[in-house]
Design a binder for this molecule. Structure first.
Ligand SMILES: *Cc1c(COP(=O)(O)O)cnc(C)c1O
Ligand code: SF4
Length: 347
């Protein structure tokens, strides 16, 4: 019998006309966008979207604005292609690598950093590619942490995931594994007792998920995370700061405190990358700083994430605090880990 999550995954909405049956959207316009950036959302999400402008609607229903090409936006803002010594592996920090094990997701977030390729042909990952990535890791003793990402690694079967975890476990210098997945938000049924039990056998394994709005904390999502934590798998969260979705201190306070109570550690709050086709979601750096200022103090320190900017050009992540570097009119300058000052547009 097909697992219920797999049946749900296969049943997802991928045709703009299906969306037009539910919402006041223009199927022709949606199709134009979906041709460039794939459309997919689970029926689980569909049931929870009341209109395209609500927090989930904005994150998953395509908008014409995605076709705007701002000159300041980049197709590959983090220079991941250049930092890939072998396909689907990004090695930017000596001690840890990102291994992109899956090319697709259960639902496509319209603001995705990798929207240039996620769900597309050139993102498809073969098992041979994964093995080459694992060989690269085995050949690099400085790597002690591997981050499985994609796409969404949980689109793979438990068997394949376990195969990868087993191979990584055999490499003595790999001490910690992280697995990044938005399944708890978009398809909580994917977090089965069998999956949690398997993950529990590969400790220390961190589960890195991605809640952006309190409305995503449904009974099902909460149960999925509870199962992971109970199985010995710490759950940490990254949130992307999205204009018109969650760029509000009261709302984020509620989100981070709720996560904290559920034993999910708010890890990063990301400033939107300069990814092409995502300009309509981008906030100004100052807005994020103001929000962080309002959280620190009223909110338990354990629930306060680090606000970070992933610098354009692959210069790495930098924390942004109110005393961040200098303002130069429409630009800010941020200091990369190697000391270089990088221009960053203010928006
Ligand atoms: C974000 C990222 C990491 C992990 O960084 P942490 O600060 O440890 O979470 C590693 N490699 C790449 C390429 C990344 O983008
Ligand atoms: S789940 Fe992650 S990789 Fe997939 S579309 Fe959303 S942000 Fe991108």
């Amino acid at each position: 019998m097909m697992e219920s999550w797999l049946a749900q995954h296969k049943n997802s909405i991928t045709d703009p006309h299906q969306l037009a049956e539910h919402f006041a959207v223009h199927a022709g316009e949606l199709a134009q966008v979906a041709q460039r950036y794939p459309l997919r959302l689970t029926t689980y999400l569909l049931k929870r979207i009341t209109q395209p402008s609500d927090p989930l609607g904005q994150q998953f229903i395509p908008q014409l604005a995605e076709l705007n090409n701002d000159v300041a936006q980049l197709v590959d803002p983090l220079n991941e292609e250049l930092l890939s010594p072998v396909p689907h592996l990004v090695h930017r920090y000596p001690q840890r690598v990102l291994l992109l094990v899956a090319g697709s997701c259960f639902s496509y977030c319209r603001f995705c950093t990798r929207k240039r390729k996620v769900g597309c042909e050139d993102m498809a990952v073969s098992f041979g590619d994964i093995l080459k990535g694992i060989d690269y890791i085995a050949d690099h003793p400085e790597v002690n942490e591997v981050i499985l990402s994609g796409g969404d690694p949980l689109t793979m079967s438990d068997r394949l995931l376990e195969d990868i975890l087993k191979r990584l476990q055999r490499i003595a210098h790999v001490e910690v594994v992280r697995i990044g997945s938005r399944a708890p938000v978009v398809l909580p049924a994917r977090i089965t007792p069998a999956l949690c039990e398997m993950f529990g056998r590969y400790q220390p394994l961190y589960f890195l998920t991605h809640f952006n709005h309190p409305a995503e904390l449904t009974v099902e999502a909460i149960e999925a995370c509870r199962q992971l934590v109970n199985a010995g798998v710490p759950v940490v969260n990254q949130t992307v700061l999205l204009r018109g979705v969650n760029d509000d201190a009261t709302l984020l306070h509620k989100l981070f405190y709720s996560l904290h109570r559920l034993r999910i550690r708010p890890y990063y709050l990301h400033q939107m990358d300069l990814t092409c086709g995502t300009g309509h979601f981008r906030t100004r750096l100052e807005d994020g700083i103001t929000i962080m200022d309002q959280l620190r103090g009223p909110l338990s320190g354990l629930a306060v994430p680090t606000y970070i900017v992933d610098l354009p050009g692959g210069h790495g992540k930098v924390p942004v605090t109110p005393d961040y570097v200098q303002r130069l009119g429409a630009q800010a300058q941020l200091r990369a880990a190697d000391g270089t000052l990088i221009d960053y547009p203010q928006w």
